[in-house]
Design a protein around this ligand. Structure first.
Ligand code: HEC
Ligand code: HEC
Length: 317
């Protein structure tokens, strides 16, 4: 018997030592780095791309990147939960030393797809856009080079993100850069409402990411397989008062989802943060003010087709 205890004791000690060594390794190694790529490619800035790029950057990127004086010079993202550490978004103005101006078109494309920055570091908060169409990516790059006032060079170098041990642990285990797409990605035609709505919900504006159960259990490649897909409950932080706000159930469930919502009510919520029946939604739900009628209508049509999930999310007033 004594012998058994002694063996057990050694085993427990060995496990403790292994865990401690693993933790020390992760703490010391930090967030892993990867190989950056610079494709030899120059994106042609025609007027269609510039207009599309302006729309996409305003719709998708500006909320996270708008800093002082309405320039996209980056900001401290107070709404990232504290367990991930201090997060500051990047300077994406045309500045050639501090901004996106220092990236080549090829480096930008590689980063926007994978989340690997030009210095090889991995951007674990802005994890890349693996499902946006090639044409939409080109439009974003074309626009970032344009003389739009919000991109005027700002000579500001931002403080680096400071990952917690938890973030380091995640990036050493489950959070990895997206592989660069093997085939060209083409968006469905706008006229195919449901398919286009799906493209926006999964690929562009990423509604599914906040509106499924948890960022950690989302499936980036097959969003439908995410836990609690579009049924809400993911805890977000309101950037104005730092309260925890669960995301809403967007499935067509009549009681707990948006089954009874009209398209007009939906549009008011998505564009202006208006709560159905009066009042305002929390600022944890971004206001997609520039979203077009066509986009709203496509997203609404698509959300009507997903399975109605009976998930009652607690509402915080
Ligand atoms: C959820 C918030 C969020 C969204 C949305 C977002 N970004 Fe970012 N972005 C960040 C953060 C945070 C960083 C800094 C990452 C780091 O330093 O690890 C960053 C970094 C970057 C960088 C790298 C900057 C550098 O100095 O290396 C570029 C370029 C960039 N973003 C462009 C974009 C574009 C273009 C879009 C829209 C298509 C976009 N971002 C959308 C949060 C976001
Ligand atoms: C950054 C995370 C985030 C993103 C991205 C996001 N939402 Fe939300 N959304 C929320 C949160 C959190 C709430 C709950 C707000 C509240 O209860 O006050 C919410 C609420 C809503 C509501 C109100 C539902 C209700 O029952 O009151 C609608 C509609 C909505 N979102 C649609 C969308 C659509 C469509 C998209 C994509 C275009 C989207 N959201 C993207 C976080 C997000």
């Amino acid at each position: 018997m004594k012998k058994v205890f002694r063996v057990l004791g050694f085993l427990v000690l060995a496990v403790i030592l292994l865990v401690a060594a693993g933790a020390a390794f992760i703490q010391f190694r930090g967030v892993p780095t990867y190989e950056p790529k610079d494709f030899k490619i120059t994106v042609k800035p025609d007027s269609t791309r510039l207009a599309r790029g302006e729309h996409l950057v305003t719709l998708i990127c500006a909320d996270c990147h708008r800093g002082e004086g309405n320039k996209l010079s980056g900001k401290h993202m107070v709404d990232v939960p504290a367990m991930f550490g201090y997060v500051h978004s990047g300077n994406i103005t045309r500045d050639k030393t501090h901004g996106a101006g220092r990236y080549s078109d090829g480096e930008l494309i590689h980063f926007l797809r994978t989340g690997i920055k030009r210095d090889g570091s991995y951007s674990y908060v802005m994890t890349g856009f693996p499902r946006l169409s090639d044409e939409d990516i080109f439009s974003i790059v074309a626009y970032l080079r344009s003389d739009a006032p919000q991109l005027d060079p700002v000579a500001q170098s931002n403080p680096p993100c400071r990952p917690t041990f938890f973030t380091k642990f995640l990036t050493n285990t489950v959070f990895k850069p997206f592989p660069y797409p093997e085939k060209p990605i083409v968006a469905p035609p706008v006229t195919d409402k449901v398919a286009y709505g799906r493209y926006l919900v999964h690929g562009g504006v990423d509604c599914y990411n906040c509106h499924s159960a948890n960022f950690a259990s989302n499936n980036a490649f097959e969003p439908e397989k995410s836990k609690g897909y579009l049924a809400g409950g993911n805890i977000l932080i309101d950037p104005t008062d730092l309260r925890e706000i669960p995301s809403a159930n967007l499935t067509p469930h009549p009681e707990h989802g948006i089954g009874k919502w009209t398209e007009a009510e939906f549009a008011e919520a998505v564009r202006f943060g208006k709560r159905r029946g009066g009042g305002s939604l929390s600022a944890a739900m971004p206001k997609f003010t520039v979203m077009t009628d066509e986009e709203i209508s496509a997203i609404y049509a698509f959300l009507r087709t997903v399975p109605a999930t009976d998930n009652a999310v607690a509402r915080v007033k």
